[in-house]
Design a protein around this ligand. Sequence first.
Ligand code: GLC
Ligand code: CA
Length: 560
Amino acid sequence: MKKIWWKEAVGYQIYPRSFQDSNGDGIGDLQGIVQRLDYVKDLGIDVIWICPMYQSPNDDNGYDISDYQAIMDDFGTMEDFDTLLREVHKRDMKLIIDFVPNHTSDEHQWFVESRESKDSPKRDWYIWRDGKKDKSGKTIAEPNNWESIFGGSAWEYDEKTDQYYLHVFSTKQPDVNWENSEARQAIYDQVNYWLDKGIDGFRIDAVSHIKKRKKLPDMPNPKEKKYVSSFDMHMNQKGIQPLLKEFKEKTYGQYDVMTVGEANGVSIDEADLWVGEKKGKMDMIFQFEHLGLWDAETNLQLDIVELKKVLTRWQKGLENNGWNALFIENHDKPRVVSTWGNDDEFWYESATSMAAMYFLMQGTPFIYQGQEIGMTNVQFDSIDDYDDVSAKNLYRIRREDGVAHEDIMRILWASSRDNSRTPMQWSAEGNAGFTTGSPWMKVNPNFKDINVEDQLKDENSVLSFYKRMIALKKEHDIFTYGIYDLILPEHHQIYAYTRTLEDEKVVVLTNLSTKDAICEDLDFKISLDHLLLNNLPVAAHDDTTTVVLKPYEARVYKLS
Ligand code: GLC
Ligand code: CA
């Protein structure tokens, strides 16, 4: 297997708005990140991914970019960015930024010009269509019935030119028309601006959405809904590969950087075209099949057998061709300890067991800020305390449908993206040490119990476990390059696998349930002398092929 720096790296995702405020305005910023770099380095991180820090009116917290070559005022200046990059490099880490190619802000100069008139030279840079009309030619409905990912129609009417523009995400995120070569080149120029600045790569936002179905047909609508979920028409569509190929060739393909695409809807069968060593368009993708197993409204119980099937498919599928990006949290998902885990009685155990389960697989693992201290979901009583545009849309639309306030809040408590966007919990001091001012989003009230400062002092904390686990991964090549094999596939409580590199072998055993779990008839003996990592004290035991794991217990052994 080819050895490459980014295969050996551990990534850490920062949501700048919620990481550290440096000037007391209540909003995290670039200087705040600089202040915390020693913490990140000490954790054992090699690559930092920061969510968008470009100029933006913040309809979707920076994913609506109004100028790709300027920094959001809330976050600082370009000088601050240059400082951040320098300080990251000084500590021998890398910095990747989040590039958004699928859409811009409606306040981006390109869109401002595009909406001016039907003859604007930039009209075709976005996706404009006539609405459906009545016999007299009057516009009466959207061009098609697609629903936006954030709720409501995917089309916004523009009075001036009596046409609609497409927005797969929020109304303030018009989709760029990737069929237009000038628009594509304009996007590439933005990417190259950052490459020339010396950043180390990109997370590429929503990249599986850049191609839309030809002619933008209506979705089938047997239930006669007003708008229909429209992923089938704009996610991973036929014809996307040539676009991705050109994107790569005209930008990052020319640099030694790492790229990880957010690739919702891509299955292992197509992975070769996305990340294969010869045909791939990027180094890794974030795939979402495993997170899709959990749905707040229907199913609160994690199906461990299914989880094993999905992740094993990706592990084996990319074994000798491609590379996995490993993750269980990000800024779009609720906190894993509150969903898959148990943030009550087994908070410590489940946070650490989930960690060992995914982190020691083959791939480049990412940790989302706060995951390493077991931050949990939050429950705000008022919709005013929520910020996320999709949460607000959901609330508004369901209220219009007559759903009770309490019922909607229960859904948001379980599923809102704001669960992972509350400020980072640095200490037990006011506002968790995030800001001296008034935070842009309320701090999770449990910061007195869950914070970095306390956990740094406690060798039995979630944070200390993460540090040991990261150090272990770095110490042994087998955790990077070793081949993954699932064991106990049918076990309903345990996720266990081996890693093999030449004549070395290790086994990762994790109980992901609230009950004791027995691993028996293992094909190998495990010996206490070879225990490499554990989240709970392990009693003395003889060499054995049977182990009983306590609720959410995790152990890693070397096998000889
Ligand atoms: C991605 C981002 C998400 C954002 C969306 C639109 O899914 O992770 O935060 O809202 O793209 O840019
Ligand atoms: Ca600030």
